[in-house]
Design a binder for this molecule. Structure first.
Ligand code: 13P
Length: 247
């Protein structure tokens, strides 16, 4: 059985002092963990967290990556730059970037491609808004979002991680039920199967108010291969409890 992956998305949180305490506690608590664990940190802290995680199994991730290699793209950070800091994962297409930065399905697909080209595993986020769910469009939306990434990446799609993050569950304390999440994960798995013979290798994470109390029941679903954790990844005890639940 493949190992589950628990990835923290710190979003725009942290400070040198807070990161040091958090990463030290996570690294200390990680010994013997049966799953893979990562933290996706703001770009200015990559070097700090790279040093703090040295020698541990905790992997380092970024929260975004440019679709360009280099050049006149003020404010962007390229995959080769991330690679220099030991970055293993890069979140792409988080709903907050789709919503506040106008990222389209095509942009997200190109970002995934740029990451893969440099040996970074993209964590491709998909998910419907509340209005889309209530309108009965959940499957249509997530399939459209994933299709763009499949189209741009061909057989390399087996190298990505997918994260199903219903927008209405992010930061709201309102989690998808294990059954609701599993239903969408199964749809995504079927879509991956149509694109690659290695679909079972692809980790499909759930994200959206996952916490120490609800992690075990979500992670028990057959197509939920891990979690992308926002708020609860900022507290070492909570994050470690989720990691333990994934064991
Ligand atoms: P919360 O866990 O805070 O709901 O955030 C989920 C998320 O957006 C992870 O990327």
């Amino acid at each position: 059985m493949k190992k589950k992956l628990i990835a923290g998305n710190w979003k725009m949180n942290g400070s040198l002092a807070a990161n040091q305490a958090l990463v030290r506690a996570v690294v200390d608590g990680l010994h013997g963990a049966a799953c893979q664990a990562a933290v996706c940190v703001p770009a200015p802290y990559l070097a700090q967290v790279q040093a703090l995680r040295q020698g541990s199994a905790l992997e380092l991730g970024a929260q975004d990556v440019s679709r360009h290699e280099q050049g006149a793209y003020t404010g962007e950070v390229s995959a080769p730059m991330l690679k220099e800091f030991g970055v293993r994962y890069a979140i792409v297409g988080h709903s907050e970037r789709r919503q506040y930065h106008g990222e389209t399905d095509e942009t997200v697909a190109e970002k995934a491609k740029a990451a893969l080209a440099h040996g970074i595993t993209p964590i491709v986020c998909v998910g419907e808004t509340l209005a889309e769910r209530e309108g009965g469009y959940t499957e249509e939306v997530v399939k459209r979002q994933l299709a763009a990434v499949v189209h741009a990446n061909g057989p390399c799609i087996s190298e990505v991680v997918v994260a199903y993050e219903p927008v209405w569950a992010i930061g709201t304390g309102r989690t998808a039920t294990p059954e609701q999440a599993q239903q969408v994960h199964a749809v995504l798995r079927a879509q991956l199967r149509a694109a690659t013979t290695h679909a079972d290798r692809v980790a499909i994470l759930y994200g959206g108010s996952m916490n120490a109390a609800n992690a075990a029941s979500l992670l028990a679903q057959p197509d939920i291969d891990g979690g992308l954790i926002g708020g609860a990844s900022l507290k070492s005890a909570d994050f470690l409890q989720i990691i333990a639940a994934a064991g």
